[in-house]
Design a protein around this ligand. Structure first.
Ligand code: 13P
Ligand code: SF4
Length: 319
């Protein structure tokens, strides 16, 4: 605890010295969430991380999350220094959608509007017409469908299938998935619901269809938080990365939250639902990158203007 307190003090001092602000995702270690809030930064979902970083006056952003979040921050603010505690913090959706194959997929469907999830590389974003995150994907695809667009969707197959079921849009899809949410199991969730019949089920739409089918609320990390605050229930079962448990419990001290079952967490593993890449972020890393100016995110300047267009569209749509 003494070492943690020292590190936090060091980071507070460095943030001031470097004119820097912390931008943390809900899935990173609670220390990085709390410290961001205590120092004038933000802890939020990927959409609000992007907006906050773009609008903040600091000259350095310290992004605790995964690589695409740092890249989005850099695309929106090329003049800012964007530091990340660990540059190897990636995402299975990003890794599973390489630009060459994705480009060929787009070329094969020239009549479709290309809608990509934020969890992608800068090069993939530069091929897109629209960017979405889970907090606005449904509304954006609905609006495009209403205007008569046919959609090419990438890369998350579960989120894509959920949106297709909800909107009835004509969508061809890439077949990627999130290694964390893909592990939630419908059969085991049904059993846990029977143990806690009063509990409401909150599900992130990167989860498989049979898990989504059991949900009382489906939505992004911020939608899950809102549902937990507003629903009258006392107990909740939550199907998303368990980094969210910290803020859920902080905001709702009188409510009880259970983790939804994954293949492994019943018997052998108490925290399977935690992204290994999000877990690469820590206090030590934040202190080091601030101290030594390490791990600056770079995006090919030639890609930035084109990659920015779909992000700007999303931010304007959700403003
Ligand atoms: P949010 O957009 O809900 O923050 O989700 C990002 C993510 O990586 C989900 O796994
Ligand atoms: Fe990617 Fe899933 Fe990790 Fe989110 S939780 S960063 S979607 S692998």
């Amino acid at each position: 605890p003494k070492r943690r307190a020292e590190l936090k003090d060091r980071i507070r001092r460095l943030l001031q010295e470097r004119n820097a602000v912390m931008v943390s995702h809900y899935y990173v270690h609670p220390d990085l969430q709390d410290l961001a809030m205590e120092t004038g930064g933000i802890v939020s979902d990927s959409l609000e991380m992007a907006r906050f970083g773009r609008d903040h006056a600091a000259t350095t952003l310290v992004v605790s999350g995964v690589r695409f979040m740092g890249e989005t921050a850099k695309i929106l603010s090329p003049e800012k220094t964007v530091l990340m505690p660990d540059l190897d913090a990636n995402c299975s959706l990003d890794l599973g959608c390489p630009i060459d194959e994705f480009s060929a997929f787009c070329d094969a469907h020239p009549d479709r509007t290309v809608v990509v999830y934020a969890n992608t590389s800068a090069a993939v974003k530069a091929r897109a017409d629209w960017l979405v995150t889970s907090s606005c994907a449904l509304e954006i695809v609905q609006a495009l469908k209403d205007k008569g667009h046919k959609i090419l969707w990438a890369p998350d197959k579960h989120l894509g299938a959920y949106i297709q079921r909800e909107t009835g849009a004509d969508m061809v899809m890439w077949s990627g998935s999130c290694i964390v949410h893909d592990e939630f199991k419908g059969f085991e969730l049904e059993a846990l619901k029977q143990e806690h019949p009063q509990a409401k089920v909150l599900v992130h739409p990167e989860s498989p269809a049979d898990v989504i089918a059991l949900a009382d609320a489906v939505g992004s990390t911020s939608a899950i938080l809102k549902a937990a605050r507003e629903m009258a229930a006392r107990e909740f079962i939550v199907a998303t990365d368990n980094g969210m448990m910290h803020v859920l419990r902080q905001q709702n001290p009188d409510k009880v939250f259970f983790e939804a079952p994954t293949a492994g967490n019943s018997a052998t593993c108490k925290s399977c639902a935690h992204c290994p890449w999000m877990a690469m972020n820590g206090l030590e890393g934040v202190a080091q990158v601030l101290e030594r100016g390490l791990n600056a995110i770079e995006v090919d300047p030639a890609l930035i203007p084109r990659a920015r267009q779909p992000i700007d569209r999303m931010l304007a749509f959700t403003a």
